[in-house]
Design a protein around this ligand. Structure first.
Ligand code: TYD
Length: 153
């Protein structure tokens, strides 16, 4: 089982879309293993977007991420990183396909509702950044036999 991180961004929190966005992942069959509300600081958002520090929009997206609290959430499932990226859709909400979170709820590149880890390595780094070990839960997910065939997990 793989774990990945999503962040429900300030725009989705402000627009009352937390439940709607989270339910996309739950209905798909992903298991919520940790969830909390946090507020980004200058330090934590700079670390999170360090790979974009040379981009002209770096300061703009950092400000946008600090404007209100966000929801950080750990999702678990088979191929969770790839599955969640597919559900999230393309970076630009105007290009993202209908049926994806961004395709259905976003008209913007910056205001694109949700962040999702883009590789298993970054998922591990990002989960460690936002969650202490005792904030992530391994628990029986009793409907697994209805989400996967018994040779899939
Ligand atoms: P990036 O990691 O490239 O995309 P993704 O979130 O799909 O993995 O970019 C991080 C965030 O930066 C992106 O979700 C929205 C914002 N962003 C802009 O505001 N303008 C841009 O031109 C790009 C590429 C990203």
């Amino acid at each position: 089982m793989e774990k990945t991180l999503i962040i429900i961004k300030p725009g989705a929190v402000q627009r009352g879309l937390i439940g709607e966005v989270l339910s996309r992942f739950e209905k798909k069959g992903l298991q919520v293993c940790g969830i909390k509300m946090i507020r980004f600081t200058e330090e934590s958002v700079s670390e999170h977007y360090a790979h974009l520090s040379q981009k002209p929009f770096f300061n703009r997206i950092k400000r946008a991420m600090m404007i209100s609290p966000v929801i950080v959430c750990c999702l678990q499932g088979v191929d969770a990183v790839r599955v969640v990226r597919h559900l999230v859709g393309a970076t630009n909400g105007r290009e993202a396909l209908p049926g994806t979170v961004r395709g259905d709820f976003s008209m913007s590149v910056q205001e694109n509702i949700v962040h999702a880890s883009d590789s298993t390595d970054s998922a591990e780094t990002e989960l460690t950044r936002f969650f202490s070990p005792e904030e992530l839960f391994d628990y029986d997910f009793n409907n697994r036999g209805f989400i996967y065939a018994n040779n899939e997990f």
